[in-house]
Unconditional design. Sequence first.
Length: 351
Amino acid sequence: MKIRLFLAVAALQVLVLAFMAGQREWIARTGLPVTLRTAPIDPDDPMRGAYVHLDYEISQVPAAFCQGGPAKWIKVTDYREQQGWRDRVVYAALQVSPHGIAELVSLSDVRPAGGVFLRGRVQSVGTDGVRVRYGIEALFMAKAAAQKVESMVRTEKAGAPIDAHIAVGSSGISVLKGYEWEPLGLTLAFDRPPPRPATNPPQPWQQPWLTGLTVTLHNYGDRDLAIVDLPEGKSFRLVPNRRVLAGHYAWVGDRNQDQPEPHAAEVFVLKPGATHTCHLDLTQPPWWITDTNKPRASPMPLQKVQDGWMASFRIEYAPPSADACRGLPSADLIRHVPLRSRAFNANQGVD
């Protein structure tokens, strides 16, 4: 009797695995093609084999995008209760941007009636949002290939996002089919602070305050592409880092996002392998930030922030729209897709 029960359980497990494999193969062949932006981390796990771990922009869902159950969960501060929502099924509603990349619209525990959406499971819940896994985080490949991708993140393709190509079924289940590097990358170099007086040496644990940085745009593609560098750094924005829990700082520039009209002299064509740099002086008022916990407080530069690790941001290259650039030289080469840097904070720490 025990042997028969064991064999029945084993057979059922095989059937379940076969069904799941067949379902994913069917989705891969017939599912809706969708492109998600991602960055690779941790290329190898000895317990699972060689692969590139993909961390999607839509994996960390801010509180503002949460609806239904998730909107209620993030209001709970008890850790044990938060753990109770782990592995809950959730649905990420998406919309495809004009650049062809799917972006998050909302996250709910109720399946959308229509549109493009992904089915995922809760990984963690916090007061700032929900982290979700979608089952497409592992891109398996040969160990040497996975290590090569990780190396390229730091060298040949530094600052360039990866676009993951997935197929989505009618139930929201998704299958990872492949990837490609975006041609434009963005890297940062921090300004060196002036030397401190010998009478006031820094403590070993202190990091220098951030006063400015140099943004470099890289053409990693095999074709010419153009970028637009507006005066006074107006092609760039300071974007809060979503991954920092309890982050409560905002950029003053969000109050006025209007860009000046681009001109021919501000269009730069980058040959394959070429770069363009722009310096941003973060001590100047256009780059100041505000504490959202203190609505009446005046804006301040990053170096005046007391809890510098909480003031975490990314630099975003935000080129003018195609309509705004119409008629400019090399307008057909201008890449209009926004691009964000790695995160940094007032103490120059990076993610």
